[in-house]
Design a protein around this ligand. Structure first.
Ligand SMILES: NC(=O)c1ccc[n+]([C@@H]2O[C@H](COP(=O)([O-])OP(=O)(O)OC[C@H]3O[C@@H](n4cnc5c(N)ncnc54)[C@H](OP(=O)(O)O)[C@@H]3O)[C@@H](O)[C@H]2O)c1
Length: 257
């Protein structure tokens, strides 16, 4: 039996990872802030799939929270075989509308926590000669979209660089770049979603299936849907200025509720 630790495991994409990994027979360590949701989910996964489901309450926007999860992923006596750095959130509004404290919290959760947890896990996995890390980024990494897009671009660059450095050590690292997924993400940020065409929405469970297939194939970057692969191909060929105008006006449209 192997163990997977998932951050942001109580909702959306993280919950889909936890369901799928538990149904495959992996023990799970569930990380988030809300203790009641963590306990409910652990009970459900244990009862349904017969796996061990451990809960670790931690706020990844704090040093204490990051350190607690770092300690767990580095624990050589109860090794974590797969780490999914998924916890994250969005901020509504354009640059200078979002309070600086929230921008910094985003960098802490999306960048510092991902750096520290990946590094703690990868060091221990390299010693064992096996393991995997999935860092959940976004297709927003490839377009100019404020601190959110920049933090996700950092995840992609960091993860692909680390994957290259650890090649041949038995440790797989992959950045996962979803498009729009129906989760609590937009509601929590107070973002309206009425203007997003229905064909752009992805299902969290299918996304996770595709992501785990890509990880098994040894990819370091996963854009797990043909629609978004095509869109990102077009984005690569579009001049930066034009791309920035489109993505910023799209952002403004779906931003305010
Ligand atoms: N939904 C999309 O369209 C979309 C698209 C591309 C990428 N993504 C990325 O996918 C990831 C998951 O998002 P989602 O859509 O599944 O959102 P979600 O439904 O809002 O779930 C977010 C999860 O993260 C946890 N979390 C948030 N802040 C945390 C913190 N400071 N410390 C610990 N846990 C925290 C939440 O639990 P608690 O509140 O209990 O802590 C929850 O379990 C994010 O990184 C997001 O950027 C989402």
């Amino acid at each position: 039996m192997t163990t997977a630790l998932i951050t942001g495991a109580t909702s959306g994409i993280g919950a889909a990872f936890a369901r799928r990994l538990a149904s495959d027979g992996h023990n799970v360590v569930l990380v988030a802030r809300d203790p009641e949701r963590l306990r409910d989910q652990a009970t459900e996964l244990h009862d349904r799939h017969g796996v061990e489901a451990e809960v670790l309450r931690a706020d990844l926007s704090t040093d204490k929270g990051i350190a607690a999860v770092e300690e767990r992923v580095a624990d050589r006596t109860h090794p974590v075989d797969l780490l999914v750095n998924n916890a994250g959130f969005g901020n509504k509004g354009n640059y200078l509308d979002v309070p600086m404290a929230e921008e910094l919290t985003m960098l802490k959760v999306h960048c510092e926590a991902v750096l520290r947890l990946t590094s703690a896990a990868a060091a221990s996995m390299r010693e064992r000669g096996r393991g995997g890390v999935v860092n959940v980024a976004s297709v927003a990494a490839f377009v100019p979209r404020g601190t959110y897009g920049a933090s996700k671009a950092w995840i992609v660059q960091f993860t692909q660089g680390a994957a290259r450095d650890l090649a041949g050590n038995g440790v797989r690292l992959m950045a996962l770049c979803p498009g729009f997924v129906r989760t609590e993400f937009h509601g929590r940020a107070g973002m309206g979603t009425g203007n997003i065409p229905s064909w752009m929405w992805l299902d969290a469970d299918k996304l996770v299936d595709a992501a785990l297939r890509d990880l098994a194939r040894g990819k370091s970057l996963s854009i797990p849907d043909p629609r978004y692969k095509t869109l990102m191909g077009i984005a690569k060929l579009t001049p930066r200025g034009a791309l920035s105008r489109v993505t910023s006006s799209t952002g403004r449209k779906y931003g305010p509720q």
